[in-house]
Every structure is written in structure tokens, then in C-alpha cells.
Design a protein around this ligand. Structure first.
Ligand code: 5CA
Length: 443
């Protein structure tokens, strides 16, 4: 992509309304634009990151055997009367009346709709286990939308729903998602710690929140420092095998959110130099629901012995749009964002220091073609600006690599590459620089 053609409305000044660094950087880097409180447009740079995150989330869901579908954003109120949540949900629910005076709502979550889909076609234990998910916009009319997309009113969520015949099978489905979440967050380049959590308006009697530690997080959290060094289950994990040992390991130390915090246990179980008491960002939340929805909504299945029972359910959410902000909170410096390679909007920023100079233009064009041909995503700064401004913009938008081509270097056949994360710079021949960037993109 050539910057001259790319819609990248970066801001020079720090927007006054943004209280936390990720919100400031997203506005400054031209990733989002507010449409109304808690409602945002995703501009091209931000949208590329959102799509990358979504794709990693999808791949790790699919690896468990879960199937993707797409439910609508607008739901009929009738289903929510059946579960009893229409009245319980309160003012967070955006209620809509259509032209026929029918009560509708913009979905804040999808337990009712998925249970309705399930009960319409599944009757027998032979059709279980079943695991369905979608990645869809939600609306919650939050009292205090804040921190940009971090606590939005409209936000993108991956929500998965599991259906099993009995508690043991439901526990296995829960464990699968637990492992998939560890893998997902690891691939996104962040450390998310599973913590015992409160179930809130979703319900059920067991849940874990996946929390990224950050001072700017909204939740108060307490955990053992050992979690920071735990190893993530690898890609070869067999989801049909017994996952209990992995879950036992990952729940072997104290980790709880504020609502579930037990000071006495924390002090007894965690040595004082290993205690982490800080704030965190909730990027995922998994729930064992039991029959909370299947019972009132009549989602029943017949077991092998012919008896009919309400299906055992679980639900599993990931805040896809929140993750964009959470990753920035975890990975930035004074100059801007530092994207983990897996979610970076482009892999390399190619800077032409002297647009109009035949040698620079020709070399930059050749490098651009070679990198694109090798499947590397390149943002080519072909603008006519000053070098300082170009460097500042590249640092701000945080691509993992920069390749800088200027007339002075070209006299001796060299260009410079810079790794954004470390700031390390190297002068290399054009071929070596191109090879290094291609190798880093394949790593
Ligand atoms: N139905 C369940 C999961 S399938 C559910 O709705 N769970 S939740 O309420 O915990 O939300 C799931 C995830 O969505 C949260 O962990 C969080 O990462 C994200 N999320 C929740 N509210 C917001 C919000 N207002 N803005 C951005 N992300 C949010």
C-alpha cells in the first residue's frame, strides 16, 4: 500500500478527551473515529488490526472443532421473555420497536438466540457435543462508556456456545475453550491470566476471566507471579484428549478478580514477594452455564437410556475490539504503538527519504515490488514530507520493521532497517535488508 493513496488521518495533537494511552494512540494513529459516545468507526489502519485479531481468534476456535455461524445483531424480545432476562437486563439493553410495534433489541449477547436455534433442530444425544460460535457486533448501553473502544457501547465480540448431554462432557467443552483461549492470547502477543471470576448477568456457577495486567485496566486483580512464566499449550494439543492436566496446571496458583478475592487465601497461598495486586483488562470470559437457559427455554435432548434432559450449556466470550486497545496498553513506548507481528496492520514501513530523486524512487519501487511479491505487507511512505515527520509517523503507527532508503546510503549501495520494538538499526546492502525483512515476516 502506498501512503499517498492510503487513508491515514493521523493527528498531530493529543486529543484532550482520551484518558488512557491506547485511546490516545488509536486516535492519533488514525485507527478510529468516534461517531457517538462509545460508538466508533474503524478507519483503514484500525480495521486491518481488528481483522487480524479476528482471524487468529477464528483459527483457534476452529482448531477445537467449533463451527462458525453468524447470528443477527437485532433480536426479537420474545426469546428474552422466555429466559426471563428481558426485564432483568435493565437499561444496558437497547430496546427497539419495529413498524409493526413488535419489541426488538440490539443483542448485548446471544444465549437466547442460540438456544432457540439449538432446540429447533437437536433432540438426541447423538447430535452432541455441539459447539457453535460467531463474531458479531454487540450493543450494551453502558452507563459510562470510556477509554475508547475498551469500554464501548458497540463492540465486536466472539461468542461461543457449547451443548452437551451431561456435566462431565460440559466440563470438557469448558476445558477446550480454556486451552483455546491460552493459545489465542499467546498468538496475539499478550499474556492473559485466567482468573476465577464472578458470572454477573450471564449467570452460571463457574467462570474464568482472562486478564491482561495493566495499570489502566478497569478490574482489580490478584494473582501469583508464577503465571507470568507459565508455558502455553502448543498447536499440536489434541482437543479430544483429557485436558484436565493443562487446566490443573493453569489453575494451580492463586488468581482472582476483585469480586472473588479472598485476602486470607491470597496471603496464605502466595509468598509476599510473589504477590501481584494490580489492575487488569478483561479480554475474555468463559462460563459454565448448566441448564440456566436450556431449562426455561425447553432445550431438551434424549439420552442413550431414552430419558429427556435439559442440555448442559457453556458460553465463552472474547472482546475482539477491546483487544486492539488492550494490546496497545501492553505494547507501546513514548513514540507510539509497537505491534506484535501477528496483528500488525503492515509488517514493514518502507520510507523513501527523497521522493523525486530518480535513484531513491527506482530503488524503493524495486524493493516494494520484491517485498509484495514475497507476500510481505508493506506500507510505502512515498509522501513528500520531511524525514523527521516520516520517522515520527512510522514510530507512531508501530509497524514491526522500518526500511529507510535515502540518497546518501544509496551512493554506497546500503539502506537502513530498524526494528520498532528494540529500536536496533542496521545498515545493510539492499539484498540483505530485503532478505532480513522477508525472513522476519515468515518467522
Ligand atoms: N455471553 C458471554 C460470553 S459468550 C458474554 O457476553 N460475556 S461477557 O459479558 O463477559 O463479554 C465477553 C467479553 O466481551 C468480555 O470479556 C470483554 O472482553 C468484552 N466486552 C464486554 N463488554 C464490553 C464493552 N462494553 N466494550 C468492549 N468489550 C466488551
Amino acid at each position: 500500500m502506498r501512503m499517498s493513496q492510503f487513508f491515514l488521518p493521523v493527528l498531530k495533537d493529543t486529543p484532550a478527551e482520551a484518558q488512557i494511552v491506547s485511546h490516545r494512540l488509536m486516535l492519533r494513529a488514525g485507527m478510529i473515529r468516534q461517531a457517538a459516545a462509545g460508538i466508533y468507526t474503524w478507519l483503514p489502519l484500525g480495521f486491518r488490526v481488528l481483522k487480524k485479531i479476528e482471524q487468529i481468534v477464528r483459527e483457534e476456535q476452529d482448531a477445537t472443532g467449533a463451527q462458525e455461524l453468524l447470528m443477527p445483531t437485532i433480536q426479537p424480545a420474545d426469546l428474552w421473555h422466555e429466559s426471563g432476562r428481558y426485564d432483568d437486563y435493565g437499561q444496558e439493553m437497547l430496546r427497539i420497536t419495529d413498524r409493526h410495534e413488535r419489541d426488538m433489541l440490539f443483542g448485548p449477547t446471544n444465549e437466547e438466540l442460540i438456544t432457540d436455534i439449538f432446540r429447533a433442530s437437536v433432540r438426541s444425544y447423538r447430535q452432541l457435543p455441539l459447539n457453535l460460535y460467531h463474531i458479531q457486533w454487540k450493543f450494551r448501553d453502558e452507563v459510562r462508556p470510556r477509554f475508547g473502544i475498551m469500554r464501548g457501547r458497540e463492540f465486536l465480540m466472539k461468542d461461543n456456545y457449547s451443548f452437551d448431554l451431561d456435566k462431565d462432557a460440559a466440563r470438557h467443552s469448558y476445558n477446550k475453550m480454556f486451552v483455546a483461549y491460552l493459545r489465542t492470547f499467546d498468538r496475539l502477543g499478550v499474556k492473559a491470566i485466567p482468573m476465577v471470576a464472578d458470572t454477573g448477568p450471564i449467570g452460571g456457577d463457574m467462570s474464568h476471566e482472562f486478564i491482561i495486567l495493566a495499570d489502566t485496566g478497569e478490574s482489580e486483580v490478584y494473582c501469583h507471579a508464577d503465571y507470568l512464566d507459565f508455558t502455553t499449550p502448543d498447536a499440536a494439543t489434541d482437543y479430544e484428549s483429557d485436558l484436565t492436566p493443562i487446566i490443573e496446571h493453569w489453575t494451580s496458583r492463586y488468581a482472582a478478580t476483585d469480586e472473588k478475592h479472598d485476602v486470607a487465601r491470597f496471603e496464605a497461598e502466595v509468598p509476599s514477594d510473589r504477590r501481584i495486586a494490580t489492575r487488569g483488562i478483561e479480554v475474555g470470559h468463559i462460563f459454565y452455564l448448566g441448564s440456566k437457559y436450556s431449562e426455561p427455554m425447553g432445550a431438551r435432548v434424549t439420552g442413550a437410556d431414552g430419558t429427556e434432559v435439559p442440555v448442559e450449556m457453556g458460553c465463552y466470550g472474547i472482546g475482539v475490539s477491546r483487544l486492539v486497545g488492550a494490546i496497545i496498553e501492553a505494547s507501546h513506548d513514548d513514540d507510539g504503538i509497537i505491534w506484535p507481528a501477528s496483528v500488525a496492520p503492515f509488517h514493514v514501513g518502507l520510507i523513501n527519504l527523497k521522493v523525486g530523486d530518480a535513484d531513491c524512487d527506482g530503488t524503493v519501487d524495486d524493493i516494494y515490488q520484491t517485498l509484495c511479491g514475497a507476500g510481505v505487507e508493506v506500507l510505502l511512505d512515498d509522501s513528500d514530507g520531511r524525514a523527521g515527520g516520516k520517522f515520527a509517523t512510522m514510530d507512531l503507527i508501530g509497524l514491526p520493521w522500518q526500511m529507510i532508503v535515502g540518497p546518501r546510503g544509496l551512493k554506497t549501495g546500503v539502506v537502513e532497517i530498524k526494528e520498532r520494538r528494540t529500536g536496533a538499526r542496521q545498515e545493510l546492502s539492499i539484498e540483505a535488508a530485503v532478505a532480513a525483512v522477508i525472513a522476519s515476516a515468515k518467522a
